[in-house]
Design a binder for this molecule. Structure first.
Ligand code: ADP
Ligand code: MG
Length: 696
């Protein structure tokens, strides 16, 4: 087997390959585009395209595709071969700069939230040179943005890139106050991807998993996660083989898969890469998810990326570790000197202000039918956004807020005048796992995103909200220098922290007291997707996006529509699947089992007329009662589902989905799950949690 260092990045047209393959003038020009965002002319693009094609063909590629992220969140691709027929019957392989820069997929079938009427279906994809092209399954994939001909973004990437630009501009203004030259500033992301692996043969027998990605029924297994043996436990041999192949494939694609381990729930695992710039990190995460699904099939496994495939055991999240870097500097790193600390405090305060001001918007970005089962359950952070700072930093912030002296853990009291700002050590060990937004040493970890989400939305909001905090600071400090600046900055920090103090919460986010306390503090608690989405189109949100050129009002509204529609469609599919499973499989199975008992009773009576059959009778009665109850709840669900379907307005429909359809589904499920443990295992039509989660 080839060495890892040889495999790593071998399928990526990365900087190293560019330098090797491009004439030096072209390379320099392209670097200016990549690093400084300079426009690229067609001449340069032609040279790059040619080199890319030659490289790709050597690696066995026959096709190319513009790889993009429509509003569905998953990636899309349409493959075109390099082939160009000649008049003499032969063919050459060609790929032009124009084909590299721009593509024209038939866009009519992608969600657009009304932005692009079907008759005006044209949209175009535009090369994003800041994320490397790569080869996947003999196809040269070119990461692209996807827009309509009128210029509106139809994808997840475009607004993310716009938000990264916004934060770069404002962060540079702030750094300028600290005497720094303008520089390339990017937000960094490291995403921890959780997933389940189950056996294909169990998957294939469950219509709910096939149709909805989660189990709509299933009694809790005899053993759950209470023994806490799975987390970091020895990995099943087949799973281990899968993980090895996954690593190899990802490394070849330049994805720095770093950590892999078993998660808390049985059959649950996690993969974390090393962080990189947000744009690339999200592309990498999408590739990772795709590869996971594909490679699982090599081992007779299915990779479930739903947020809550199984009730009663942990669901899957995707922690979004986020920071801002300027060159080699991490701006959320406290640093050693007083001035570095002041800069850190400015950025920290900016984050606290951003997350408090736009808490609902942040919550909105992770709202989905799947994640609703996770947020607030005892495994994931609640639907309330709050920030955890840890003991040391928490104490410093407290001291700033109350204008008192900071006393470090070892009781050395320090004056918070700027000259002697403590060069504090961040306690990295005290991590509050219940917090949705936690400071972890030199970055924040946003823990609300669900496993299937495209992280572009939450990073777009984080970046834009942060750009606003930084802008306000820079505006206020305009023209101030030296000691005047330092004193003004400290005063600003203190005031801003005081104004946004309510968002800081170091306690247990899972406790029953927290929602009550949070309400007192005026923090939002949008429990369902239906409650969370309207904030997207609130005037305050639209104003934010427009101020920084991240999304226009039209774009915001279309995205809101797409999210609503997706939610409504998913709930519709779930309700239909559930009713079909009950009517066509579960009720007949219970009936058959009841029939078995009744015939057995007759047979026993024949040979033993005096036999005591009261146990059989009780069991039979239980089954009949259960069947009745199921029918009652089925009727309620049917009515709620029909009602939802007739509602034109998507928000109203979502409200009915959340507050009528889903509760009816939960009630129906509860009775069916009770029946599951009453019916003989041969008669139960579906693999149970015991079967699915504890395979070998
Ligand atoms: P844990 O499971 O304790 O949360 P992991 O090591 O699994 O920690 O994941 C931490 C993630 O944070 C990794 O993907 C890591 O690369 C990422 N990370 C570290 N530093 C930064 C940073 N400055 N910006 C963004 N992500 C970061
Ligand atoms: Mg984590």
């Amino acid at each position: 087997m080839a060495k890892v260092s040889e495999i790593y990045g071998s399928m990526v047209f990365n900087e190293h390959t560019m330098q090797e393959r491009l004439p030096s003038a072209t390379y320099k020009q392209l670097m200016k585009t990549i690093k400084q965002g300079e426009p690229l002319n067609l001449e340069v693009a032609n040279v790059v395209a040619h080199a890319m094609k030659e490289w790709a063909i050597e690696k066995g590629a026959t096709h190319f595709t513009h790889w993009f992220q429509p509003l569905s969140g998953i990636t899309s691709e349409k493959h075109d071969s390099f082939i160009e027929p000649m008049s003499d019957g032969r063919a050459i392989m060609s790929f032009s700069g124009k084909e590299l820069i721009q593509g024209e997929p038939d866009a009519s079938s992608f969600p657009s939230g009304g932005l692009r009427a079907t008759f005006e279906a044209r949209g175009y994809t535009a090369w994003d040179p800041t994320s490397y092209a790569f080869i996947k399954d003999e196809v040269l994939c070119i990461p692209t943005a996807f827009c309509s001909y009128t210029g509106e973004a139809l994808d997840k990437k475009t607004p993310l890139l716009r938000s990264m630009k916004a934060i770069e501009v404002e962060a540079n203004r702030v750094l300028g106050l600290f005497g720094e030259e303008p520089q390339r500033i990017v937000t960094t992301v490291g995403s921890e991807q959780e997933y389940f692996l189950i056996s294909e043969k169990d998957f294939e027998q469950r219509m709910d998993l096939i149709m909805t990605g989660r189990t709509l029924f299933g009694h809790a297994p005899c053993k759950g996660q209470e023994l806490e043996e799975h987390y970091f436990g020895a990995i099943r041999p087949t799973v281990n083989e899968f993980m090895k192949e996954l690593d190899d494939e990802l490394w070849a694609l330049g994805v720095s898969a770093k950590t892999k381990h078993n998660e808390v729930a049985p059959a649950q695992h996690e993969l974390a890469p090393i962080f990189t710039n947000a744009n690339r990190a999200i592309d990498e995460n999408l590739l990772t998810m795709e590869k996971m699904k594909l490679l699982a099939s090599h081992y007779g496994l299915v990779c479930l990326q739903h947020e809550k495939p199984f009730e009663g055991i942990n669901g899957s999240g995707k922690h979004n570790n986020w920071s801002i870097s300027a060159g080699k500097k991490n701006l959320l790193d406290p640093g050693e000197s007083p001035m570095e600390n002041l800069r850190f405090l400015v950025f920290l305060t900016g984050v606290i202000q951003a997350v408090d001001e736009y808490q609902e918007l942040l919550r909105m970005t992770v709202a989905s039918a799947g994640n609703d089962h996770r947020l607030g359950a005892n495994e994931a952070p609640p639907a309330i956004v709050s920030i955890f700072l840890g003991d040391e930093l928490g104490a410093i912030v407290d001291a700033l807020i109350s204008d008192t002296e900071y006393e470090s853990a070892d009781r050395v009291s320090m004056d918070l005048g700027v000259d002697v700002l403590p060069s504090f050590l961040i306690d990295n060990t005290d991590r509050n796992r219940t917090s949705p937004f936690a400071f972890t040493g030199n970055k924040f970890e946003f823990r609300m995103p669900g496993s299937s989400v495209n992280l572009s939305d939450c990073n777009m909001v984080l970046n834009t909200a942060m750009a606003k905090s930084l802008k306000e600071f820079a505006d206020e400090m305009d023209g101030k220098t030296g000691a005047t600046f330092e004193h003004a900055a400290i005063a600003y920090i203190k005031k801003t922290l005081r104004d946004h103090q309510r968002i800081i919460f170091n306690g247990n986010g899972y406790s029953d007291e927290w929602p009550i306390e949070a309400e007192k503090r005026g923090l939002a608690n949008n429990r369902t997707t239906a409650d969370a989405l309207p904030c997207f189109v609130a005037p305050k949100s639209i104003a934010l996006f427009e101020e920084f050129g991240v999304l226009s009002e039209t774009e915001v509204r279309s995205r809101y529509e797409v999210k609503l529609e997706k939610y409504n469609k998913l709930i519709n599919i779930e309700a239909k699947t559930m009713m079909s499973m009950v009517r066509r499989t579960i009720l007949p199975a219970i009936n058959d089992f009841a029939g078995d008992i009744a015939s057995n009773m007759i047979s026993i009576r024949e040979v033993a007329p005096e036999a005591d059959l009261h146990n059989q009778k009780n069991r039979l009665q239980k089954l009949l009662d259960g069947t009745n109850e199921i029918n009652v709840h089925l009727a309620t669900l049917d009515a709620a589902h029909k009602k939802a379907k007739t509602i034109e307005d998507q928000q109203e429909r979502a409200n009915v989905s959340a507050y009528e359809v889903i509760p009816a589904m939960e009630k129906l499920r509860a009775v069916v799950d009770e029946m599951e443990v009453e019916v003989g295992s041969e008669r139960w039509p579906y693999p149970t949690y015991n079967d699915i989660l504890f395979y070998c």
